[in-house]
Structure formats: C-alpha cells, structure tokens
Design a binder for this molecule. Structure first.
Ligand SMILES: Cc1ncc(COP(=O)(O)O)c(C=O)c1O
Length: 445
C-alpha cells in the first residue's frame, strides 16, 4: 500500500496513554455505549484524527456523520470562538438573540418546498424527533404513528418507540409510546416482492392500505408517518424513487403528516441539502441534527408554518439553539452551500464507482449503495444466498482501525462510509485501498 500523509501508526493499538484512559473509562463511564474499537482521541484537523499516543487516522466516520465540515474547520472554529467570547447562553425559550432567529430564517429558506416554514430548536436528533411527534399530535389532533422496521430515530422514550433497529435498544425500557405501528422499509437488495425488472409499486407501502388500515389501524387516528429518506443505522438503505411518490400520495389521501428524519442524511451529506430533494417530495416536518453545527450539539425541526401554531409554553428547551451552536451552524451551512455539497456529490460519485469496482475483486461484498457521501457496503458470506456476514463485518471495522481508517458498521452486516464533506479523491483512494486490503486478507466467513 502506498504512503499517504494522513495515516501514521506509531504505537500498538491501543497505545499506553490510550490504555490509561480506557481503564478509567471502564470503571466510571456508563457501559451502555457501544464502542467498536479503542480510539482515544486527543485532537483532530480536517480529515485526520490523532490519538493520545500520537497515532493519526483517516476519518471516514465524521463523528457519526456530524463533523460535516471536517474536524475543527478554521472558519467554524473562528465562529465558535467569537460567539463564545460574546454570549454563550441566554435561553431562546425566554429571550431573544440574533443567531437563533437568523438560523431559523436560513433553515426555513433552504428546506425543500415553497410553503412558509417555522423552526423549533433542541439539542440533539432525538429531541428533534420528540418535537416532531408532539407537533404532529398537536397539529392533527391524532395520536398514532407509523414508522419503519430497521429505523433509528433516537433513544428518548418517544423517539425510541419509533426506533426499530436493534432489540437491545428497546429491551427493558418498555412500555413505550402506545400507538406506533411498524411496517417494512423498502430494502430492495433483500426484498422478496421486487420483480427482476424493477418497478415494484412498493409492496411495503401497500401493506399500510391493504392490511393495516383494513385490520388494526384506523387512518383517521394516524398523526404522521415517520421515515428516514435513507435508512441510516438500519444499513444505509436507499429506497427506490417510486417509494417516495407513493408515500406522498398515501399520506395525502388520509390527511396524515410526513415527518422526514434527516438527522443523518441531511445537511449536504447526500449531495443535496436534504436527501428528500433527490426524490422531489416536500415533507410536512423535517428533523435535523448531527451535521448541522459541525459537531456542536444542536437539533431542529423545520415545519410547514401553518402546522406550527402551538402556544407559548407548550414546548421548549433551556439550551436548545444556544448562540454558540447557532453560530457554528450558520458558518457550517455557508460552507456547505459554497462548496461542500457539490464536493459530497462529486467525490461521493467517485467513491461509489471505486467501491463498485472493488466489488468485482471481493466476493464478500453483496451490495454497494448510497447517495453522495452516505454509502453502505453490505457484506455477505455468499452472493447467491446473501447470508449476512455480521461477525466478519465487525472484524473488518476493527482491522480498518488497525490500519488507520476510521469507519463504522450499520445494520447487521454493512460497513458505512460517511466521511466529512471535505474528503478528496486521494483520500477516497486510500480508504478503498485499505478496505480492499482488509477484505481480502481477513479469513473468509
Ligand atoms: C436518523 C437518526 N435520527 C435520530 C438520531 C438520534 O440522534 P441523537 O443521537 O443526536 O439523539 C440518529 C442518531 O444516530 C439518527 O441517525
């Protein structure tokens, strides 16, 4: 493998300083976190994360799709420094400051569709989903929801009631919100109904009208259908375009709202500001977080203005939309609009082609899919049977780390590539080289 200026492994992993941190962590930190490998970071810049022992890694995880502008982008750092020297906190629930209003104006302007929009701010993805659920109930006077198997919408109790990604996320935490029904997500690679020639008229959506609404669920009680335009934690699954058109028509037929969870797919990652723009639909409510503020905590919902008439005091959060996160978000959006969204589209296409070529050399890759810089590589024991190679995937993630590439898994057996939106072709080449090396050297499942 050729030399590159980004990766430098100088100690065993984890190194001695990392081991000291891990020992303290093991004793005092909640064991509910699921760390796939022992990366103990000291600093990060651009596409590189450096650990406490001086090892440097090429970052294809972006802090779970959050550091959209790369690590510590100088313009974002400057915005944060200037804002934190001026005003760190005031609470937008009780007072006014220009950064919160300006960000609301900007998000309203960039959200898809021509309708007027209003914005509510929280601190995270799960809070954005909670706000979306409450607003949908308030605006429709209905209380039930439809969500999809495989989805991840967060871990607070309302959002968790929608989340259907792994049993461990729900086990022991019930009872959850009453009135949430899950239906299959359009997972074309594994769809038993997909005709060989395409054009599936999504069978998964037909279930809603032909079965659910005729048996257990009355549509006039359903406030909203909550969906990820690309299913993230569930396996980076991209639905066929007809899914979105049918979803829009179905929701319109019954006066059901559409809530798009763009927490992972939004903010330029797919090569458009919001992933739903690839499919030409305007959701009623969009939830955003992660990439919006380059790693600072911020979540938001952008809703059609006519829906957001809940009265003062009905919903709020002390820290939601704090001035420093808002300043970081405004600079982040400027960078995304100036160049990063285009880079996500172009470098994403290049990366997708490279990984698809890798498929011809590596039979453990069953499927490669994605939009922009949101890409999934599904690993199978055998292409014909499509048997999932979950343990092998976990080993591949670990081996990539040992070789200096930071990636994560998603779904049961998929690798996900979600680098910061500043990634270039040379860095994409290095990532693919390491992937090839790892996938061709670890013993086959
Ligand atoms: C699509 C989606 N929605 C919601 C969330 C929850 O976000 P947070 O972890 O900020 O609460 C996530 C987190 O991974 C996500 O991917």
């Amino acid at each position: 493998m050729g030399q590159n200026p980004w990766i430098r492994i100088v100690s065993p992993l984890p190194g001695p300083k990392a081991q000291a941190v891990l020992a303290v962590d093991r004793q005092h930190v909640s064991p509910s976190y699921s760390r796939p490998y022992p990366l103990v970071a000291e600093k990060a810049e651009g596409m590189v994360v450096t650990d406490v022992d001086g090892n440097s890694f090429l970052d294809f995880s972006a802090g779970i799709a959050s550091c959209s502008t790369g690590r510590c982008h100088p313009r974002v750092v400057k915005a944060i420094q200037e804002q934190s020297a001026q005003l760190i906190h005031l609470s937008g629930t009780d007072f006014y400051y220009p950064q919160l209003s300006a960000l609301a104006q900007k998000l309203a302007a960039i959200a898809p569709g021509s309708s007027e929009k209003r914005v509510y701010f929280g601190n995270s993805g799960t809070e954005a989903i909670e706000a979306a659920l409450k607003l949908a109930r308030y605006a429709t006077g209905r209380h039930k929801f439809i969500a999809f198997y495989g989805s991840f919408h967060g871990r607070t109790l309302g959002a968790l009631s929608l989340t259907a990604s792994k049993p461990v996320q729900r086990r022991g935490f019930g009872p959850l919100l009453e009135g949430v029904t899950h239906v299959p997500y359009p997972y074309c690679y594994r769809c038993p109904n997909r005709p060989a020639e395409g054009g599936c008229h999504p069978a998964c959506l037909r279930v809603i009208e032909e079965q659910l609404f005729k048996t257990t669920l009355s549509p006039d009680e359903v406030a909203a259908i909550v969906f990820e335009p690309i299913q993230g934690e569930g396996g980076y699954i991209v639905p066929p375009p007809e899914f979105f058109q049918e979803l829009k028509q179905l929701s319109a037929r019954y006066g059901i709202l559409l809530i798009a969870d763009e927490v992972q797919s939004g903010m330029g990652r797919t090569g458009k500001m919001f992933a739903v723009e690839h499919f030409g639909i305007e959701p009623d409510i969009i939830a955003v977080a992660k990439g919006i503020a380059s790693g600072l905590p911020l979540g938001a919902i952008v809703a059609r203005a006519e829906l957001m008439y809940w009265p003062p005091g009905s919903h709020a959060s002390t820290f939601g939309g704090n001035p420093v996160s808002c300043a970081a978000a405004l600079e982040t959006i400027r960078l995304i609009e100036e160049e990063l969204m285009q880079n996500a589209a172009e470098t994403g296409r290049y990366l997708l082609e490279s990984v698809r070529k890798l498929m011809t050399r590596c039979s453990a890759i069953g499927d490669v899919r994605g939009l922009g810089l949101m890409m999934g590589i599904e690993l199978v024991k055998d292409r014909a049977s499509k048997e999932k190679a979950g343990a092998w995937r976990d080993l591949a993630v670990q081996r990539c780390f040992e070789k200096g590439l930071l990636i994560l898994g998603c779904g049961e057996n998929t690798l996900r590539l979600m680098p910061p939106l500043i990634v270039n072709r040379a860095q994409a080449d290095v990532a693919v080289e390491i992937l090839e090396d790892v996938l061709s050297t670890i013993p086959r499942p």
